[in-house]
Design a protein around this ligand. Structure first.
Ligand SMILES: Cc1ncc(COP(=O)(O)O)c(C=O)c1O
Length: 361
């Protein structure tokens, strides 16, 4: 050992970051990551296996994913010079931060998806927060003020974890007020909320992020895409890894988009279940649940959030615990299959009926 200290070669902003290594709970009812809970349609699976030939393994993938991009164009009525695909939208978020955030200010609106802050720090950006109000609504004036001179503004709509959406006129005001690129992450749009795509016609600084990990059941294959102006695409291409989306994922995403009606049915089942789960949570006096345009529900459990989370783990149910302010009192549960939701609700009832441990004041 030569007493080498890797940390001494790493910039301060990176040294303090905690690696993303969530605990895995095999065999648990998994309602923590907002995935599509239904089995992937067998007919699409078979088509994917048929189209992926042996060449998919020894040859590099199409760097620009042309066939997939054409299908996205057909689905959304956009030209290919406005589209970029990524290895999950996570990769696109990082690329946006590296392109517009490094050495600049990046505005985020907490509480929101944690990866914006993490990727901004990885890219060496300065983070400026324009917090949401008590009801998790965007505070447009503060965003515009913070966005003055910033390199990038990132907004999540519908928002993770609160589940509420921005209105198109709010986003239009932000696009007008902030001259920089404004990202609207619409990862959950299939489940509800206003579609910001019509704004693309008027605002070259708009970037819309979409993912196939949620409604389209491809979380394991990592496919995301974005819509923006050709001017922004030109710069993102300079940062993009050459072969970012592998052959298998390109083929799978293509088949999924060609059969998206099958997923529309799953989305309808999920939103129906969301309504049932919302009403069941509303009936629990200890719980304050928030309306949601997504496939998850945020709820407050007062000062028992940590205890409720641990109690659910004992019942082999995994949901999302935030732990820290401003979300210390909140938990987030993904809407699962009807069976999973029943398991969750009965476990939750059992846990909240169990008296909490007395705290020593
Ligand atoms: C708001 C939001 N954006 C992006 C992502 C990342 O999605 P992907 O799987 O496409 O990287 C998530 C995942 O939870 C999310 O909640």
């Amino acid at each position: 050992m030569n007493n080498f200290d890797a940390g001494s070669f790493v910039r301060k902003g990176l040294r303090g970051l905690t690696p993303y290594k969530p605990d895995l709970y095999p065999g648990f009812t998994k309602l923590d990551a907002n995935e599509n809970p239904y089995a992937f349609p067998r007919e699409i699976q078979e088509k994917i296996y048929k189209t992926v030939g042996s060449e998919a393994f020894n040859r590099y993938p199409d760097p620009m994913a042309d066939e997939l991009v054409s299908e996205i164009c057909a689905c959304y009525g956009l030209s290919p010079d406005r589209i970029m695909v990524g290895n999950g939208s996570d990769e696109l978020i990082l690329n946006l931060m590296l392109t517009f955030g490094t050495g600049n200010r990046v505005v985020i609106t907490p509480p929101t998806f944690s990866m914006y802050g993490i990727h901004a720090r990885v890219a060496g950006a300065e983070i400026v927060e324009a917090p949401r109000d008590q009801e998790f609504a965007l505070v447009t004036d503060e965003i515009i003020q913070a966005g003055n001179g910033a390199g990038l503004v990132v907004i999540c709509s519908p928002n993770n974890p609160s589940g509420n959406s921005a209105a198109a006129d709010q986003i239009a005001a932000i696009l007008e007020g902030c001259r920089c690129p404004v990202v609207v992450d619409q990862a959950y749009l299939e489940f509800g909320g206003a579609d910001m795509q019509p704004l693309l016609a008027d605002y070259d600084n708009l970037v819309i992020l979409r993912t196939m990990s949620k409604a389209y059941g491809l979380a394991g294959l990592r496919v995301g895409y974005l819509f923006t102006s050709p001017g922004i695409i030109n710069y993102l291409l300079k940062v993009k890894q050459p072969f970012n989306l592998n052959n298998f994922s390109q083929a799978a995403a293509l088949e999924v988009l060609r059969h998206r009606d099958l997923f529309t049915r799953q989305v309808a089942q999920i939103t129906d279940e969301r309504g049932k789960m919302y009403r069941a949570l509303q009936d629990m006096p200890e719980i304050q649940v928030y309306p949601s345009d997504t496939n998850y529900l945020l709820f407050a459990a007062g000062d028992r959030a940590g205890e409720v989370y641990q109690g659910l783990l004992r019942e082999k149910v995994l949901i999302r615990n935030f732990g820290d302010p401003p979300l210390a009192r909140y938990l987030r549960v993904t809407v699962g299959t009807p069976e999973e939701n029943k398991i969750f609700l009965s476990a939750l009832r059992k846990v909240i009926e169990t008296p909490g441990e007395k705290k020593n004041d």
